[in-house]
Design a protein. Structure first.
Lengths: 583, 252
């Protein structure tokens, strides 16, 4: 294996990243940095708060932290194996530079090793940063720990997490590709990963862990924890590295520390060796097999879906064609194209499915809360209902970022077709907006009505929630669509588009808008609250009425500015699209 | 049919297209030649409305395109644009894509379908028209873009590097189609690097270099002109020699 050749293969990737960041303006970089730091800081703050609570329970603090560290490493490890399996399928077989690399005088092992490093970087780095933050919070929760212990723990964890899960992932990909068609195998693994993930969430949530920590049961739980021998996956590699890290935090470096570390590293290097040897025998063969495969329209998922949903599809397509006939011919064609593209983009469908699961869990959680079981006073329920408006807005924002923000970027390089046609750009933009607004509004209203129904909200809060949801959804859809046009991402996959600079900006502004509106509407809540205790509206003074007026006017002003300005910019961007972007 | 006068495109201090003027008549196949970065694609994008000119005018079928958006919209109904890279909607099938293009040009699908069927047969991609475009090769996509640009029966076809990705058989089909369009009174604006195709097909060619048109005439007249200037016999030499002589001369 020639190191210099591997580095040469990787260099273009590094250069392209360097050029990408050079091309971004310093303002954009600063914003991205602030957002990233905000996310990491928030994660650290949340984890530290949990540890603070745990440390306040001296009976169980030490074993509980040990279990938590073990579970964190275990989950992180499983997640990395899964993501390595998926991303190695792309980097090893579908990457665009492979044709060029295989035509060069390079050994297959060198190419594989370069691709292994690429997979490792892509599938581990971002998760590892979050892991580093969690470990920092763990470290700070131990009295004997110091900055040195943190860095030492990260140094021993990095080779393990960058090595073993990726080696396992690549090994599985190679073996699967040897015996099955690569495209089909990739799809099967993708769906398996999703079902596994959903199954995990369902199982964890159905356990109702909050019951474990209820006040009356904590002592029993502590006794159970201390007296029982809870399984710690002793033969699982992530437990070895977790034990080693725990030893560092506890400043208890002994025989077991070295044993755990040796076992972890030995397995990592052995897996890597096995993976490279396997690759040197079958990688090129698998790659050639993939090259010969024709992506089939009738893939395995299409066949399954066809059998299950054929009658439903037939009925839906009849209703759909009647609906299309109600539109003008040009708009109907654009809408039809957008809908077909949406339903045929695997990533969007998977995200849609995941989002529905998350929403169902949100509603399920509400039914379990004391507000829904009516064990809290009415005023507290009102506060929860009011806060729920903000949560609904955040859920809608997260949906809009995934589904509405990328709408124009998906069109991207093929936009010249629309631009050189007689279709009116304003009409085209309006169609894009309303075709996204209606499904999103339907979803948001269902979420709002059901959550308020479960909380048994009072009529005023119920009405306020509905009005706000309509307002927020309109604003959020509007903003995401137009920011997606202003900041298009043309060379990224659909799943990467929301993580772009424009996506961040859109998310921040939509969330800020929702919270500003809620803060301003707190004045309405204040009036409602006092009127309940025999204060009639006539008893409020002029200043209070002025506050109400200002809050309502500011909400209206924010909405109008947020509505008008991005639309104008988006229209200008569409008109001058080819002035800025060379395609 | 098309009259371009004083057309200029500036990007800051850089002038991509510098005050070019030409006129193309109905029934003509007009070649637009030039080295890489000379300004061919920029000119095409200005004519199709993808770029806004810094100065100058474009008149198509008597409609001043830069005067109003409505003029552009009307002109686009009679225009077919084939870009150099066939970026199309990958999640549609070939037929769905053609139906989509037909819809946005507001033409009758039944009529266009018959025309599409004929072109798909000629390009030998009829059997693949029901498959998703993401499964198509570069050449198949290019042929589908050709079909989509022709199904609304445009009078004016503007083509940027048409032969990229096409095999010799399909190059011949494209040439036949262009000739048919010109014979039926249509006009073809052909930007290409394939000088043999330009020499064979075009009644006149314009050579653009560093944003300026340095020559505009029939191939025969251009040869005579270069002969006269260089005092060299160009008889029997092809357009490539003329092109190289002209661009070398301008560079000096």
């Amino acid at each position: 294996m020639s190191n210099s050749k591997i580095i040469r293969i990787i260099y273009p990737k590094i250069w392209s990243y360097k050029n990408f960041y050079k091309a971004i303006s310093s303002f954009s970089l600063i914003i991205l940095l602030i957002v990233a730091l905000g996310v990491l800081g928030g994660s650290y703050y949340g984890a530290s708060a949990v540890f603070e609570k745990i440390n306040s329970l001296p009976l169980i603090a030490a074993p509980l932290k040990g279990y938590l560290l073990n579970i964190t490493c275990f989950s992180f490890f499983c997640m990395l194996v899964l993501s390595s399996m998926l991303s190695s399928m792309s980097t090893l077989f579908t990457s665009k530079d492979l044709n060029l690399l295989f035509s060069m005088p390079l050994s297959y092992r060198d190419i594989f090793f370069a691709k292994y490093i690429e997979t490792s970087f892509f599938s581990v780095t971002s998760a590892f940063i979050i892991f580093a933050v969690a470990i920092l919070a763990f470290n700070n929760s131990y009295q004997s720990a110091s900055a040195g212990s943190y860095f030492l723990s990260m140094i021993i964890a990095a080779p393990f997490f960058y090595g073993l899960p990726v080696a396992i992932g690549c090994f599985i990909s190679l073996i699967v590709s040897k015996f099955f068609p690569v495209n089909q195998a990739r799809k099967v693994m993708y769906y398996l990963a999703i079902f596994f993930f959903i199954f995990l969430i369902v199982m964890l949530r159905a356990l109702e862990p909050e019951k474990l920590l209820s006040v009356e049961k904590i002592e029993a739980f502590a006794n159970f924890l201390l007296s029982s021998n809870v399984p710690r996956f002793e033969y699982f590699p992530s437990s070895w590295i977790a034990s080693a890290i725990e030893s560092i935090f506890k400043a208890d470096i002994g025989r077991f520390f070295y044993l755990n570390l040796t076992a972890s590293y030995f397995l990592t290097f052995f897996s890597l060796f096995l993976c490279v040897i396997t690759a040197s025998y079958i990688y090129h063969e698998c790659y050639l097999k993939y090259q010969q495969e024709q992506e089939s329209e009738n893939g395995i998922e299409s066949k399954i879906l066809k059998i299950i949903f054929d009658p439903v599809f037939n009925l839906a397509s009849r209703v759909y064609s009647v609906f299309l006939k109600m539109l003008s011919r040009d708009l109907a064609c654009v809408l039809d194209k957008d809908i077909k593209t949406f339903f045929r983009t695997q990533t969007l469908m998977v995200q849609c499915f995941m989002m529905i699961v998350v929403t169902v869990f949100y509603l399920y959680n509400i039914t379990l809360m004391p507000v829904a079981t009516k064990t809290l006073p009415a005023d507290i329920i009102d506060m929860f209902s009011f806060g729920n408006i903000g949560v609904v807005a955040l859920i809608v924002t997260s949906y809009a970022i995934r589904f509405i923000f990328p709408v124009f970027s998906i069109e991207g390089k093929a936009f010249y077709i629309v631009k050189t046609s007689p279709i009116d750009i304003k009409k085209y933009m309006r169609l894009k907006f309303y075709s996204n607004l209606f499904p999103m509004s339907f979803f948001a209203l269902v979420l709002c009505v059901l959550s308020n129904y479960f909380m048994s909200s009072r009529p005023l809060i119920f009405m306020l929630s509905i009005c706000d949801t309509v307002l927020f959804t309109y604003f959020i859809c509007h903003f995401n669509l137009y920011l997606g046009i202003i900041f298009p991402v043309l060379d990224a996959s659909v799943s990467e588009i929301p993580a772009s600079f424009g996506g961040f900006i859109s998310m921040i502004i939509c969330a800020a808008y929702a919270w500003i509106v809620l803060i301003l509407e707190a004045v309405i809540m204040y009036f409602e609250f006092f009127s309940r205790y025999n204060f009639s509206f006539s008893t409020f003074n002029l200043w209070e009425y002025l506050a109400l007026f200002i809050s309502v006017t500011t909400v209206a002003a924010f909405t109008i500015i947020g509505y008008k300005y991005p639309r104008k910019l988006a229209f200008e961007k569409m008109t001058n699209f080819y002035e800025e972007i060379r395609l | 049919m098309l009259k371009v006068s004083g057309l200029t495109k500036k990007y800051g201090d850089f002038t991509a297209v510098d005050d070019i003027s030409f006129e193309i008549k109905r029934g003509e196949i007009f070649g637009f030649l030039g080295p890489n970065g000379a300004g061919k694609t920029t000119t095409i994008k200005m004519i199709t409305g993808l770029l806004r000119p810094s100065a100058g005018g474009i008149v198509l079928n008597g409609l001043d395109l830069l005067k109003s958006e409505d003029n552009f919209k009307s002109a686009r109904k009679t225009m077919g644009y084939i870009p150099d890279s066939p970026n199309i909607y990958e999640k549609l099938t070939g037929w769905e894509f053609l139906n989509f293009v037909c819809g946005i040009f507001d033409c009758d699908w039944e009529e266009s379908k018959a025309l599409a069927l004929e072109y798909l047969k000629r390009f030998n991609i009829l059997k693949d028209a029901g498959s998703l475009i993401e499964t198509y090769s570069h050449g198949m996509r290019q042929k589908l873009v050709f079909t989509s640009a022709l199904i609304h029966k445009p009078e004016f076809i503007i083509v940027d590097e048409p032969m990229i990705g096409l095999d010799p058989k399909n190059v011949r089909v494209v040439k036949e189609i262009f000739r048919e369009i010109a014979t039926n009174g249509g006009t073809v604006f052909l930007s290409t690097h394939t000088l043999s195709v330009a020499e064979e097909m075009c009644s006149r060619v314009a050579i653009i270099f560093h944003g300026k048109i340095i020559a505009l005439d029939s191939v025969e007249n251009l040869k005579k002109c270069v002969e006269f200037k260089n005092e060299e016999n160009f008889a029997g030499k092809n357009l490539e020699e003329v092109f190289l002589a002209l661009t070398k001369e301008s560079d000096e």
